[in-house]
Design a protein around this ligand. Structure first.
Ligand code: HEM
Length: 110
């Protein structure tokens, strides 16, 4: 996510001038070892989980609760109807880059 510097500020030994553009590394923040134990591990039951996948502060995602509801509604029936599934070919998985990272091709067997 991008921001524009509104006023001169010093941060991390760097001076930011008004008008300069910065990229906020949300995914990086979600892997901060100072905040998350085993940050690179997928832990579905992660208790301490103050992630910022939905952003933070005044621009925090307006649709986060709708998104969460949609995911729950999608995952529930999937797991009921297809309780057993596996990755068919790990080498055939392709990923999207850019702003939204996720698998583009994910061959499954079930
Ligand atoms: C998993 C799904 C979603 C993710 C990960 C997500 C993520 C985000 C993030 C990170 C931001 C902050 C952007 C920033 O700080 O610049 C944001 C803002 C926003 N999101 Fe989402 N979003 C999701 C789904 C949705 C849905 C379903 C809607 C609406 C139906 C929505 C509407 C918005 C709006 C309107 C903002 C702008 C809020 C503002 O600037 O004040 N999002 N989203």
């Amino acid at each position: 996510m991008a921001r524009e510097v509104a006023e001169k500020v010093e941060y991390g030994g760097v001076t930011f001038e008004p008008g300069e553009k910065i990229l906020m590394n949300f995914p990086g923040a979600n892997r901060d070892p100072e905040v998350f134990e085993n940050p690179n591990e997928v832990d579905i039951g992660r208790k301490r989980n103050r992630h910022i996948a939905f952003g933070v502060g005044i621009h925090r995602c307006a649709g986060s609760n709708l998104a969460r509801m949609e995911m729950l509604i999608a995952l529930g029936p999937w797991l009921e109807r297809i309780p057993e599934f596996e990755l068919a070919d790990p080498n055939a998985v392709t990923w999207a880059g850019g702003q939204v990272r996720g698998p583009r091709q994910l061959p499954l067997r079930f």
